[in-house]
Design a binder for this molecule. Structure first.
Ligand SMILES: C[S@@+](CC[C@H](N)C(=O)[O-])C[C@H]1O[C@@H](n2cnc3c(N)ncnc32)[C@H](O)[C@@H]1O
Length: 226
């Protein structure tokens, strides 16, 4: 049986995973970047050290680093156990095994937690939640949704997805979303409503295959422009 989660979980990915998921070129990385739903990813911490301009937003940022880490610790055993029970649902390439995946996620949240207080003081981590963003029109060049939109299609309906993407497009010149699969490894049913609605609203989009694949078949990224 595929992965089942009651809530959106605080699992985070690294800068290198963001680069692969979103096909981020070195030119892309010089642009102003907004990670929506970045949670405990180390994208911001690692990228900031390299001089990238990254803003992250997540409802989770209302909590302290310790509270976020405690929540991760409370759910990680269950998630890795579900992964171990469904070995054929995953591609063991980037991560060699469920144990390696766990170790990587722990390393990522460790880097996030170390950076969180300094990042909050610098204004790099903002409390907020889609479908509303507290930013001016076109404030950022590139906006990302990693492992939130489409993945949690059972938790959020098509209207939410469309509103969320239109809000990200209000704030960003370009938006990229990965993956396009649900937790159950199906192509998100909301794509059939959202993609024609984006076209009708005048937003060009394309779906491209990327190098990163952990969920089997989850190697497609949606790129939307103005
Ligand atoms: C599975 S985590 C992914 C974190 C990160 N983007 C990554 O890929 O490493 C999903 C994140 O979505 C966040 N989230 C939940 N509801 C949200 C909302 N309405 N708007 C933005 N983010 C939300 C959660 O708090 C969580 O941090």
């Amino acid at each position: 049986m595929a992965m089942q989660l009651d809530q959106v979980v605080p699992f985070g990915r690294s800068l290198d995973e963001y680069i692969q998921m979103f096909n981020l070129t070195s030119a892309d990385r010089q642009r102003s970047l907004l990670g929506v739903g970045d949670g405990p990813a180390s994208f911001n911490a690692e990228g900031t050290r390299l001089g990238y301009r990254i803003q992250s937003l997540d409802p989770l940022y209302v909590f302290t680093a310790k509270q976020i880490r405690d929540r991760f610790d409370a759910v990680v055993d269950n998630i890795i156990a579900q992964v171990e029970r469904t070995p054929d649902d995953w591609v063991w390439g980037y991560h060699a095994s469920p144990a390696a995946l766990r170790q990587h996620r722990e390393q990522v949240i460790g880097q996030f937690c170390e950076d969180f207080a300094a990042g909050q003081a610098a204004g790099r981590y903002t409390v907020g939640a889609l479908p509303h963003l507290p930013y001016a029109d076109r404030a950022y060049d590139l906006g990302f949704s990693s492992h939130f939109l489409f993945l949690y299609s059972d938790h959020f309906d098509a209207d939410f997805h469309l509103q969320a993407l239109q809000e990200m497009l209000r704030v960003c010149h370009e938006v990229r979303v990965f993956p396009l699969l649900t937790l159950g490894l199906q192509r998100s049913p909301h794509l059939d409503a959202v993609l024609p609605a984006l076209t009708a609203a005048g937003f060009p989009w394309e779906i491209t295959t990327v190098a990163y694949e952990l969920q089997k078949g989850g190697n497609q990224m949606l790129r939307i422009t103005h």
